[in-house]
Every structure is written in structure tokens, then in C-alpha cells.
Design a protein. Structure first.
Length: 232
């Protein structure tokens, strides 16, 4: 299975906006009056998507992906993907639809503090404490950011399949494993309640890494896994 991850760094400025438009991207009518930050983020994400499609298919793709009614990107029929952006970073994950039923990519800057009780909003009861007790080489801020990002990537991965909005407490991160050779991590997300066609207890594998204050998380659902599940 082949999946392409593309990324760029950007600044929020009129110069950046014009630079991206100069590369063939367009601002859709729905964003004509959006603030500069929203427009630049949109363009940067679409640029990553176009680069990913070009690399995956081996053919230049210079179009700007349209926006679906649910505000998600409208990918070409044979492809599937996910776009993310946060404070100067944009990325896209692209694969073939025959190989993946769902792809989710999320990027987050480190959560600064928990003064607003974000842990209660993001985590299931005892979820954060149990992860910290396992001895993972991550501090509380990193772990909280990871839980948030992992659940965001899960939502992006399966929402097109379930067509149902669900909150952070519908899934929990139950395991984190470190690959000391690559410096990357993997984890298991388990549904606390049924979501669409996925029953309570269904597990998704996620992968993530930290780059200084940036957390990148990928959740991928192979088509074979999804099709086998539907046959049960």
C-alpha cells in the first residue's frame, strides 16, 4: 500500500497568499471574504494536496480541490486523502481509494497549559493518567496534545464513512509504543461507544511523531481491514 505525505511551512501574509495563487491555486467563492489567515491556510493545504496527488499518480495535478458541502476536500474519485494545517504548517496525506477506506492526518502545536480544563474536554476519565503511568518518554503537555491530535485524525479518517459527528469521549488512546530507532511512536485508539457502523471496542492504529513543538498524527484504515469488518 502506498500513501504520500506532503508538507510545507508558510507565513500568514499577503505575499504568501499571492505566491500560492501564482502557483495555480484559486480561492473559492465561499472564501472570498474570509480573513487572510483562513485564505492562506486553505491555499497551503490545497498545495500540499496537489503535490501529494502528483507524487502518487506520477502525473502533474495543478487543480485546487473543491469543498464538499460538509466542508471536507473533494478528492478525485480514485483517490482518498486528508489535509491539515496549524500555525505555519500545512500537510496532506493521499492514497488510492482501492487501498484505503479512510485516511486521517492532523497537526497540532503543543497545548500550552491545561488552565481551561482541556484535559477533561479531550480525554476520557483516567485516560491521560493511565498513559502517563506507562512510562512513555512524553510529558503531560505532549501526551495531552497527542491525545487531542490522535482523536482529530480518527475523526478525519472515518467521518466520510460514518457521516456522523462524534466527540472526543467516543474514543480513547489505550496504548503508546516508541520506535527508538526512528524516534516515532504508534498507538491504539479504541472506540468507547459505537460510531456509525463501527462497534464499541473497535480499534484503530495510529502513528505519530513530535518535531519540537509540532505533533503530527496519522490514522489509516486499509480497505482490506474495513471490507473484512463489514463481512462479519
Amino acid at each position: 500500500m502506498k500513501v504520500i505525505h506532503t508538507e510545507i511551512e508558510f507565513s500568514v501574509s499577503w505575499e504568501e497568499r499571492e505566491r500560492l495563487i501564482g502557483q495555480g491555486l484559486i480561492i473559492p467563492e465561499a472564501l472570498d471574504r474570509a480573513v487572510l489567515k483562513r485564505q492562506v491556510e486553505f491555499l497551503a493545504g490545497r498545495k500540499c494536496a496537489a503535490n501529494g496527488i502528483s507524487q502518487l499518480t506520477g502525473q502533474y495535478f495543478g487543480e485546487t480541490l473543491p469543498i464538499n458541502e460538509d466542508r471536507s476536500p473533494q478528492w478525485p474519485p480514485s483517490l482518498i486523502g486528508s489535509i491539515t494545517h496549524t500555525q505555519g504548517y500545512a500537510g496532506a496525506l493521499v492514497g488510492f481509494r482501492q487501498e484505503f477506506a479512510g485516511l486521517g492526518l492532523d497537526a497540532e502545536r503543543l497545548i500550552e497549559n491545561d488552565s481551561k480544563g482541556m484535559a477533561k474536554y479531550i480525554c476520557c476519565p483516567q485516560e491521560l493518567d493511565k498513559l502517563l503511568e506507562t512510562g512513555i518518554p512524553l510529558d503531560r503537555r505532549q501526551t495531552l496534545t497527542l491525545v487531542f491530535s490522535a482523536k482529530e485524525s480518527l475523526f478525519k479518517c472515518i467521518f466520510p464513512l460514518v457521516k456522523t459527528f462524534f466527540g472526543f469521549h467516543e474514543a480513547k488512546l489505550t496504548q503508546i509504543l516508541e520506535d527508538r530507532t526512528s524516534g516515532q511512536f504508534s498507538g491504539t485508539l479504541e472506540l468507547v461507544n459505537a460510531v456509525g457502523c463501527f462497534p464499541k471496542g473497535f480499534q484503530f492504529e495510529t502513528a505519530f511523531q513530535f518535531r519540537e513543538d509540532l505533533c503530527l498524527t496519522k490514522t489509516m484504515l486499509p480497505s482490506k481491514v474495513y471490507e473484512k469488518f463489514l463481512m462479519i
